[in-house]
Design a binder for this molecule. Structure first.
Ligand code: PLP
Length: 502
């Protein structure tokens, strides 16, 4: 399988190269030349096998320049960190709001080291990169630079810690992240990690990192030290492909729980931000997973809801900060891959849309494309109050606790069912542990949080709901602080060079 760009005709490259480059030189995203197929018989063969086995096999369909053994090793190393054997267990919430027959499987993607779904991919990517370096005969060390407003930093640190031939450096705004997010990062162990607070806000940290990426002198200095810069952002193919696996695994879990029979159609609902997670579900559908509809669930930053309803993508709108911060996004980068595939690989058309987005903040897709998307997608957005209401309702009915993002998915699904009366069984992507967004969850349950710090809130939620606190959060209070670095934003380049030289 070779990889090409969404924006122009390029010489096809291997998956190892696509993973190392991240972004194509023309600004486009790498996509597979064709989408591989999986039969139900083949899938049936994975009943009773491990998530790692399924993962290695499915990845093998896309990453054909990796051997089966290599992909098996990647999967073992990535998922032994998950604290449940199923890796992505599916909780069945049957009585689905007034309706006794239609099941909703809540697929818990948050049993990894940082309790959010980005772990599934960020635990795998470093190993894919390390092996890719060997494949292209690259002997330099890769230095991953990240500017974070909170969660991605920790997930990337946990993924890259102690992975050979890699280093990771995370900049976060001093005073601009929550107490828990800061503790998660500054207690990160590993011989190849650096965490530095930047005096300034998130934009300062992000601009600092962008400048370093664009600075030829720094790159030359790094080159002398045997170091090459890279990033781990969510448009990297190596982050997307591990996400396809859990839709197949979740489907098999529904079969195992006797909610569906092999071959039955399901609906998949996904709380969406950058469009990575739901795009992985789209690939699963195109590969042959029996999926009737994909529900694109958004918060009040509803640019995608409007896009799927009208065919107009318009980022010129007010930006809201919500209780689902990981979905507060106005440009969903991975949508570009969907446009490419659904135009039948028309890179000219895709470039045109992306150029319009860049210059006017807006583009309108043509009727044919709109009609094709209508067949696959249904989009709904959910208000802040509705999100809280669904946390309360699901807890009330099932004693099952949802985080805010996962509640958006269930609430959007409920809107879809009310409109269409479609009672097809559902797999809903649950993207974070409720303990990652404790204060909003407590508020939704109408438990007062005045004067309680983050840890006291975790204890309160634990006491009131008897749900389990994830281990990584439970130990945080007593973990040793390993990183005390603080710098001015102008000092960032020097800090990078210092760390590279270590
Ligand atoms: C990143 C994230 C999302 C959005 O996923 P995309 O792939 O960006 O669409 C949803 N929920 C949580 C908790 C996340 O961290």
């Amino acid at each position: 399988m070779k990889y090409i760009s969404t924006r122009s005709k390029i010489k096809p490259i291997s998956s190892a190269e696509a993973i190392l480059r991240g972004l194509a030189a023309d600004g486009g995203l790498f996509v597979p030349e064709k989408i591989p197929k999986v039969t139900l018989e083949e899938l049936d063969g994975f009943r009773g096998k491990t998530y790692e086995q399924l993962s290695a096999w499915l990845l093998g369909k896309y990453l054909t320049d990796y051997t089966e053994d290599e992909l098996g090793e990647c999967a073992e190393l990535a998922y032994n960190w998950f604290d449940v054997t199923a890796r992505v267990p599916v909780a069945i919430l049957i009585q689905d709001m007034k309706n006794p027959v239609a099941p909703v499987g809540n697929m818990e993607l948050w049993h990894g080291p940082t309790s959010a779904f980005k772990d599934v991919a960020l635990q795998m990517l470093p190993h894919l990169m390390r092996m890719a370096l060997k494949k292209v005969d690259e002997t330099k060390t890769i230095l991953i630079l990240v500017a974070t407003s909170g969660d991605t930093g920790k997930a990337a640190l946990a993924g890259f810690a102690d992975v050979p031939q890699t280093k990771i450096m995370v900049f976060y705004p001093d005073g601009g992240v929550s107490k828990i997010q800061r503790l998660q990062m500054i207690t990160q162990a590993g011989s190849n990690v650096n965490v530095t607070a930047v005096k300034g806000n998130f934009d300062d940290a992000q601009n600092g990192v962008k400048k370093i990426f664009g600075d030829k002198t720094i790159r030359k200095e790094l080159d002398k030290l045997g170091v090459k810069l890279s990033s781990a952002n969510s448009i990297n193919w190596g982050r997307l492909v591990p996400q396809i696996v859990y839709y197949f695994a979740g489907y098999l879990e529904l079969v195992k729980a006797e909610q569906i029979k092999l071959g039955d159609q399901i609906i998949i609902s996904v709380p969406t931000g950058n469009f990575g997670n739901i795009l992985a579900a789209y690939y699963a559908l195109r590969m042959g997973l029996p999926v009737k509809k994909l529900i694109c669930a958004s918060n009040i930053n509803n640019v995608l809801t409007e896009f799927f309803a009208t065919g107009v993508y318009n980022r010129n709108r007010k930006f809201f900060k919500t209780i689902t911060p990981s979905m507060d996004i106005l440009i969903s980068s991975n949508l570009e891959r969907l446009l490419y595939h659904e135009t039948g690989g028309d890179f000219r058309q895709v470039s045109k849309y992306m150029a319009e987005l860049n210059s006017n903040g807006r583009y309108v897709i043509d009727k044919d494309l709109k009609a094709r998307l209508d067949k696959i997608f249904h989009a709904e957005y959910v208000t802040e109050d509705e999100t809280k209401l669904f946390i309360q309702r699901v807890y009330g009915s099932f004693k099952y606790l949802l985080d805010t993002h996962s509640a958006v998915s269930i609430a959007a699904l409920s809107k879809y069912r009310n409109k269409t009366k479609d009672l097809t069984p559902v797999l809903s992507a649950s993207t974070a542990s409720p303990y990652k967004f404790t204060s909003s969850v407590l508020e939704a349950l109408e438990l007062p949080i005045d004067g309680l710090d983050d840890f006291a809130q975790i204890n309160l939620l634990n006491k009131k709901t008897s749900s389990k606190v994830p281990k990584n959060l439970a130990v945080l209070n007593t973990a040793q602080v390993l990183h005390n670095n603080v710098c001015d934003k102008d000092e960032m380049p020097q800090r990078v060079l210092d760390f590279a030289a270590q």
